[in-house]
Ligand binder design. Structure first.
Ligand code: ADP
Ligand code: MG
Ligand code: ZN
Length: 477
């Protein structure tokens, strides 16, 4: 039997506000445990929360960018559960009246465009973090993250494969970056996803029973969890088993999910309206103001890059997928005559460096002007493409200007023909065997001689000049 996979996502994004959602404490990541806290975010009795207006603004911005309807009237609710990382014993969230609803994003997979529905986007607060001691005897709690503002984005069960999930997630991430709603640093937990997944026989109308895999914090883990859980469910059904609706955890090292079978997960959250906070009212004037603050979004920017910089559609889609990369590209391309070369460097060497170092594009140690100068140095034949890779490495490590690096390290292409000629002559006299081979018709020998000359000049000799002079000198013999 053939099965169809059905997936809906719940995504949490930490908002990039300076202060927390209900108090003035910093939202900065890290810090000594329990130093970014006050009586409000640690849930002391008798305190009164006050909603951070910027939280509403950012959530509305995300909602507008995701084609949602914005509620002029919404409210906040208490979601009650007892857990050590939640000092109030309830999370302030939104239940029946979310701030944004009924949106969608378009994704493109294998050349076809598809709309993925967004059920709702609501605001809520983050919880703290538990640190379990290696002894297994004690756990510590860090409340720095308590009260960091979040939006939760819930999609319709519209996705049918891990490729669609990946495309949707990346699209959403880029939109949150473009609107500056979240820094989306997944390794810092700023963006995390829960995967809801079921399978059904192809052609069946009703959905199958779903499971939920919580807290995935990399695109790779999301993709692997979707594929792994789909495989698991299909194999259960094929053995005539039943899928239990439950929360599961994904072990990315083992590549499998396991049931949390946690009684605490069988929740009745006893939601009720938060009595300490007034309803959230977004009037037309405010909404217009927020709407006008939405910048050019990835789809528009992609089309503009193709038109304005003449780069291929593939390049434009890749680069505009990340706002910091797109900003970097645009700043570099503006100063350059060779936008395609800039795009090649970004998709090649820059991406490789980012992957190898685990850095986010936002934290890139080189300046866009430096990359465009590097490209000019190659185009003006000041350095060879091979040397440019060396210069790029140094630029990355030191942040220095490429022209300064070339000067300091003496990396300029040697075009002085007399200098090259003397090396040619030297190499010819040091390799009589190859010269003999060449003379007897083994033209391959010339490659070896060129290699020797390039080695003598540490790759800096102008290859065209080398070839020309070498032939000249050989013909003289
Ligand atoms: P809850 O509020 O209990 O978490 P919802 O019904 O609101 O559950 O759904 C949460 C997520 O699960 C949504 O993203 C939704 O699209 C998805 N979902 C719901 N039913 C299914 C299903 N049968 N298969 C896959 N995903 C589903
Ligand atoms: Mg859920
Ligand atoms: Zn606080």
């Amino acid at each position: 039997m053939e099965y169809e996979v059905v997936i809906g996502l719940e995504i949490h994004a930490e908002l990039d506000t300076r202060s927390k959602i209900y108090c003035g404490c910093t939202t900065e990541f890290g810090g000594e445990p329990n130093t970014h806290c006050c009586p409000i975010c640690t849930g002391m009795p008798g305190v009164l929360p006050v909603l951070n207006k910027t939280v509403v603004e950012y959530a509305v911005r995300a909602g507008l960018a995701a084609n949602c309807a914005i509620s002029s009237f919404s409210k906040q609710d208490r979601k009650n559960y007892f857990y050590p990382d939640l000092p109030k014993a309830y999370q302030t969230s939104q239940y029946d009246l979310p701030l944004c609803k009924n949106g969608y994003l378009e994704i493109e997979v294998d050349g076809s465009v598809k709309k993925i529905g967004i059920t709702r986007i609501h605001i809520e607060e983050d919880a703290g973090k538990l640190i379990h001691d290696e002894s297994g005897k004690v756990s510590y709690v860090d409340y720095n993250r308590c009260g960091v503002p979040l939006i939760e984005i819930v999609t319709e069960p519209d996705m049918r494969s891990s490729a669609e999930v990946k495309a949707f997630f990346e699209k959403l991430k880029s939109i949150l970056e473009y609107t500056s709603v979240s820094d989306c640093k997944m390794q810092e937990g700023s963006l995390r996803a829960d995967v809801n997944l079921s399978v059904r026989p192809k052609g069946q109308k009703e959905f199958g029973t779903r499971t939920e895999i919580k807290n995935l914090n990399s695109v790779r883990a999301i993709v692997r969890a979707v594929d792994g859980e789909a495989r698991r469910q299909i194999s259960v059904l094929e053995r005539n088993g039943v899928i239990v609706q439950e929360t599961r955890r994904w072990d990315d090292e083992k590549g499998e999910s396991y049931s949390m079978r946690d009684k605490e997960e069988a929740h009745d959250y006893r939601y009720f309206p938060e009595p300490d906070l007034t309803p959230v009212v977004v009037d037309e004037a405010w909404l217009d103001k927020i709407r006008s603050s939405i910048p050019e979004l990835p789809d528009e920017r992609r089309k503009r890059f193709i038109a304005e910089y003449g780069i291929p559609a593939y390049d434009a889609a890749f680069i505009t997928g990340s706002k910091p990369l797109a900003d970097f590209f645009e700043a570099a391309a503006k100063e350059s005559k060779n936008a395609k070369a800039i795009s090649n460097w970004i998709m090649g060497d820059v991406m490789k460096k980012l992957n190898d170092t685990g850095l986010e594009p936002l934290d890139m140690p080189i300046k866009p002007e430096s990359l465009s100068r590097l490209v000019s140095l190659i185009d003006e034949n000041v350095i060879s493409g091979k040397i440019a890779k060396q210069v790029f490495e140094i630029m990355w490590d030191t942040g220095e200007d490429p022209a300064d690096i070339v000067e300091k390290e003496g990396l300029k292409v040697v075009t002085d023909t007399e200098e090259i000629r003397s090396i040619v002559i030297q190499v010819i006299s040091a390799n009589p065997k190859s010269v003999e081979d060449y003379k007897s018709g083994k033209t391959k020998a010339i490659g070896f001689l060129v290699g020797q000359i390039m080695r003598e000049t540490k790759g800096k000799a102008d290859p065209q000049a080398v070839n020309r002079l070498l032939k000249e000198e050989l013909d003289k013999l």
